[in-house]
Structures are given as C-alpha cells and as structure tokens.
Design a protein around this ligand. Structure first.
Ligand code: 6PG
Length: 247
C-alpha cells in the first residue's frame, strides 16, 4: 500500500478560505511541475466541495497558469452522460475548464457512454497506461496532483467502505457501485494502486459531517485503515489534508 507519509494538515474557518489556499497550492505545484518536467498532470475529484476551488482557478488563475502544459483527469465519475447534473466532468467543466484556455485534448474525461461501466473503466485505464507510457509494471509515479474528496462514510473517489474495488492490487481503473443510499450508484473509479503512486495527494475535506471520520483517521489510524478507504490512501511525496478548524 506504500509507506505512510505523515499528512500535512491545513485547517480553515470556511471552505472559501480553504479553496483560496488550495488554488495557490495547485498553481505553485503547476509552476514547479512545468518548469521541471514540462507539464502538470492532475486528477480531479467530484462531488460539491471542490466547486469553489474550480471557480477560483477559473476566475483568478486564468492568466497565471501554463494551460498548454496542464493535463486534467478524473479520479472517478458517475455513469451518467457528460451533461447530466450528477456528472463530475460537467461540474468541473462549467465552473473551471470552460473558462480557461486549456487545450481540449488535455482534458481527459472518463467516457461513461461506453456500452458498460466495465468497458468504460477498461477504456480509461488504457488511456492512462498510454499517457504515462506505463508497461505492465506500475511506473514510479503518475499524477503530480491527485485531488480527493471525502464522504461522511470515509469513502474517497468512488471507493466505498467494504467495496471489492478496495482489494484491487493491479487494475488502475475499475467499475464500482455506491451503497444503496448513494446516487448515482454505478461509478468508474481509480483504484488505490493508482492513487497511491501520485506524487502529491490532496484531500479537500471540509464539512461538519466529515469531522468524525477525519478525527478517527488522524487519532486512530490503525482502526481507520481497516474501515475507511480514505485512510488507505498514500502518496509518493506529499499527503495534504485541507480540513475545518477544530476538527
Ligand atoms: C464523487 C466524488 C466523491 C466526493 C465525496 C464528497 O464522485 O462523489 O468523487 O468521492 O468527493 O463524495 O462529496 P461532496 O464534496 O459532495 O461532499
């Protein structure tokens, strides 16, 4: 699962404050990555929490980032059309991507229109293997930034507690199902073997309903790692948590 790097925790009064700080972190990481390797690869999270961050990146960083050198991916997607209100792509596109001059071919969405979720997962995995020139073995690292959210049940991406996807050791992308109380049910998700070789993993996890999970992850890691997918996440270089103050 990779070595546990001590998380760097950043605590904020509001999601807006956290989004401002995180936008700066993303822009700084992008600057360094483009200088050092000529590109930034970033996997985006879905849900509602990252929307203010994406809007900020559109509004205040449109002329501060090298969009021709930035590649965007998704850590997970719901099996809905790209223009569906529940689409993670649609949220990021409307709030950010449609407002910055990033080349369309650098926006690598998960094509959920494939015949089945399994086919969609296989297609996205092929896209990633080709993009990172990865052979059968998993390469040293992949994404420069992996942005993740956190559910109140401790899920991240579409890796839910007890999911068979959590025991995946080789595949990079799989189809998955959300619990019966969570919609949309059918999902495509990156797996832990792929997430955990990202250089920098950033959890944007504000919201009162997430605090007890976060406390358990930080205060009882041995217990958390058995039950919460978010606690199973590792990073090659840096693991950052953006959380509420007094978590
Ligand atoms: C998804 C996300 C998921 C999300 C959490 C938190 O597709 O739902 O990738 O992992 O980050 O469910 O969602 P909120 O930001 O809406 O609380």
């Amino acid at each position: 699962m990779g070595e546990l790097i001590n998380p760097e925790v950043h605590a904020f009064d509001t999601l807006w404050d956290a989004s401002r700080a995180l936008a700066e972190e993303v822009a700084k990481t992008a600057r360094i990555a483009v200088e050092e390797q000529g590109r930034l690869t970033m996997a985006l999270s879905g849900g509602k929490t990252p929307e203010p961050l994406y809007s900020l990146l559109a509004r205040e960083y449109a002329d501060k980032m090298e969009w021709n050198s930035i590649h965007l991916f998704w850590g997970d997607e719901r099996c809905v059309p790209q223009n569906h209100p529940d689409s993670n792509f649609r949220m990021a596109y409307k709030s950010w991507i449609s407002k910055v001059p990033i080349p369309p071919q650098s926006v690598h969405r998960i094509q959920t229109e494939e015949v089945t979720p399994e086919k969609a997962a296989e297609s996205y995995e092929r896209l990633l293997i080709e993009f990172f020139n990865a052979s059968e073995e998993i390469p040293a690292s992949t994404f420069d930034v992996m942005l993740l959210g956190l559910g109140a049940d401790g899920h991240t991406a579409s890796l839910f507690p007890g999911s068979p996807a959590l025991s995946e050791k080789k595949r990079w992308v799989v189809s998955a199902s959300a619990p019966s109380s969570v919609f949309p049910k059918k999902r495509i998700t990156m797996t832990l073997p792929l997430i955990n070789i990202s250089r920098k993993v950033i959890f944007l996890a504000l919201g009162g309903e997430k605090r007890s999970v976060i406390r358990t992850i930080f205060e009882e890691p041995e217990k958390a790692v058995k039950i919460y997918p978010a606690a199973m996440v590792r990073a090659r270089e840096k693991l950052l948590w953006y959380v509420d103050k007094n978590v």
